[in-house]
Design a protein around this ligand. Sequence first.
Ligand code: CU
Length: 177
Amino acid sequence: MIIYRAMLAQHIQGGITLREFYILLLSVLTLFPFQTWAKEYTIYIVTDYERSRMAFEPNYIVIKPGDKVTWVNKLAETHNVMTYPDGFPEGAAGFASPFLEQAGQRWSHSFTKVGTYEYHCVPHMFMGMRGKVIVGSPSKPAAMHKPKPEEVVAYRNILLEYFDADQIDAQMSKHNH
Ligand SMILES: [Cu+2]
């Protein structure tokens, strides 16, 4: 660190001192905080009765930390947006929206921690209604959340309101919970 500072001081010789450089850097960061550059993304929640298709569009996006994603329900059909119990990076939090039932109803989430977020719609999980948000760069498998047994039980209980136990257990073992 000391060597680095010395090198930096050499590189800005003749201009400003290192102290002035830090003061300048600090003022720039104060004037243009992180949030200034945050972007907003929209994902449509699509209900297509004719093709028996329920989907998030797009179902894969890459964003930056601080960006906000808003899910918008296109039709008056019940959907939600919920991370799988192991579908978010270690040290981050999962998320779950309330049920969106009306056309035009929306829900937003801001992402701060880098990594992979895998989510689905609980009522239409078995129709393949899922999506992925990559914040910064994808998580390595070891960097994903490992749900505690009680988290898995709580998740299974939510699913039991919609599906048969057999279906759920087959799905959960496939997903390696
Ligand atoms: Cu759905």
